[in-house]
Write a protein that binds this ligand. Structure first.
Ligand code: TXE
Length: 493
């Protein structure tokens, strides 16, 4: 296997993106393309392959050819190529950040600070983690020894969403590749650009052909074909809960391994004894980072009654300072939401909140962009109070820059309120009482709990949700376990 390649990629964005199959950039077999829109301007700037089952079939054939080499070459050789891919992300970080911002609408400063460095870290982390991964042995005294072999699964499917495009795309494929699998990956059709540029980085890094195949296209055609192909033995999916349910219905009867990271409606709880300045600053980030389009955003803010008015006033004052506008400008805090459909969905939710009796304390409307952004999809950060716990606004995942403020009296009351949704992804607690922090963290329905911070991530920790927020865990050795099959070998003395 050659680890080095003379190919130097170009980060230029062409008019038509291509699939990455069997080591090459290829057109979709049906010749069909979908418009790719820049959310900040509302204009089409490129076209992406509208692939279907035939493209997925050729990707599976390429992966099948590549699997014996990739699974047997050894962890060190796999790690070496992956580190070259990570270095490629670093080399092209500025181009990738600009592309992510253009494609998704997020501020370029955010893509530079979070998305692209994290994509690099994902690949780098799993390239090295695989070298430290170990399996168990179980000794039966005087009788036998059992040891667990962990072998790659084979061909796996990775399907990712539009909110953190390259970040989540690499978060899935990195452990899959490190564990020795060959991958058929599909980025969201709404934000395909950085995955396309990533395929060029893989070619430049010398990733052997067929090991990773990137098929662009719509969920019901390209995505569905990956899920229902008999040779994809595991599916790792991040996206909406409804889509996750549909994927589970298709994949479960085929006995595929499934990892589903779905929606959230996360509580952000501020107790009377919290450090107010930290609670305000962190809650602003947890509410509006990435236009509120992160499954971990804290969209239900619960404030203990003594602190309620003080927190509310300071929170609104901080929100009022956020600049909504052109994602290309370095001082922009809130860019465009990802698409026209999503823009309409979020605005519709704000109307529902008003109908439900919510008082809009800040925002509550679209923002008209200036100059090149006059037709972009901008929404003001929106803060609403006075809503009931069971209303649609406090129950449905809006996935936009919209949060509610809610008052509570006691710890028991806020625990019941926090747990009163079908979701259970993350929770954030602000308190200086250590015992309370432990108690609430233990009793809250969530896969991830932050105390006095938000989105502080250690890639070794388990990541995922309970209830309708998903099935399985990503991160660290959890992900390497997901992408391998354990086999017990028992040897009698
Ligand atoms: O996501 P979809 P959508 C939530 C958020 C958002 C809602 C819908 O509330 O408003 O989901 O967003 C692919 N077989 N989240 O509709 O459809 C699709 O092509 C296989 C939360 O944009 O779930 C894309 O690649 N794949 C979330 C991916 O699934 C299919 C992030 C996600 O798209 C498919 C995004 C099918 N039948 C949205 N149908 C989070 N948890 O972070 C679609 N896809």
């Amino acid at each position: 296997m050659s680890l080095f390649s003379p190919y130097i990629c170009s980060m230029q964005v062409e008019q038509s993106l291509k699939n990455y199959i069997n080591g090459e950039l290829v057109e979709p077999l049906n010749g069909q393309y979908i418009d790719n829109v820049e959310p900040a301007t509302g204009k089409v700037y490129a076209h992406i392959p509208s692939s279907d089952a035939k493209d997925v079939e050729s990707a599976v054939q390429a992966a099948e050819q590549a699997f014996p080499l990739w699974s047997n070459v050894g962890v060190k050789a796999r790690s070496e190529v992956m580190l070259k891919i990570a270095a490629g992300i670093k080399k092209y970080q500025r181009e990738l950040a600009a592309a992510e911002s253009m494609d998704n609408g997020k501020p370029v400063a955010l893509a530079e600070l979070i998305d692209i460095p994290r994509a690099h870290d994902n690949i780098h982390f799993f390239a090295t983690a695989a070298e430290h991964f170990a399996s168990e042995s179980h000794h039966m005294e005087n009788l036998a020894i059992n040891y667990t072999l962990r072998r790659p699964i084979g061909i796996v499917g990775c399907i990712s969403p539009w909110n953190l495009p390259l970040y989540l795309f690499t978060w899935k494929i990195a452990p899959a590749l490190a564990a020795g699998n060959c991958v058929i990956a599909k980025p969201s059709e709404v934000t395909p650009l950085t995955a396309y540029l990533f395929s060029k980085i893989c070619i430049e890094a010398g990733l052997p052909k067929g090991v990773l195949n990137i098929v662009h296209g719509l969920g019901p055609s390209a995505g569905q074909a990956i899920v229902e192909h008999e040779k994809t033995k595991a599916i790792s999916f991040t996206g909406g809960t409804k889509t996750g349910e549909h994927i589970a219905r298709t994949a479960s009867p085929m006995f595929k391994k499934l990892s589903l990271e779905l929606g959230g409606k996360n509580p952000n709880i501020i107790f009377d004894d919290a450090d107010l300045a930290n609670a305000v600053a962190t809650s602003v980030k947890a509410s509006f980072s990435n236009q509120g389009q992160i499954c971990l955003c804290g969209s239900r803010i619960y404030i203990q009654e003594k602190l309620y008015h003080k927190f509310r006033d300071k929170f609104i004052a901080a929100v009022a300072k956020l600049k909504v506008g052109d994602p290309k400008e370095n001082d922009t805090n809130i860019g465009a939401v990802v698409s026209k459909e999503h823009f309409q969905k979020v605005l519709n939710h704000i109307e529902i909140a008003k109908d439900e009796g919510g008082q809009v304390l800040f925002g509550g409307q679209a923002v008209k962009g200036e100059g090149r952004c006059k037709d972009g999809y901008f929404i003001a950060p929106t803060v609403i109070e006075g809503l009931q716990p069971n209303c649609v606004t406090n129950q449905d995942e809006i996935f936009g820059p919209v949060v509610t403020l809610n008052k509570f009296k006691t710890e028991e009351e806020v625990l019941a309120l926090a747990n009163n949704t079908k979701y259970g992804l993350s929770a954030t607690i602000f308190t200086n009482d250590l015992k309370r922090a432990h108690r609430v963290a233990e009793n809250i329905d969530a896969g991830i709990v932050w105390v006095n911070t938000w989105l502080l991530r250690d890639l070794r920790t388990p990541f995922g949700g309970i209830k309708n927020s998903g099935v399985g865990r990503e991160g660290g050795f959890e992900a390497l376990r997901f992408f391998t099959e354990p086999k017990n070998v028992c040897i009698k003395y």
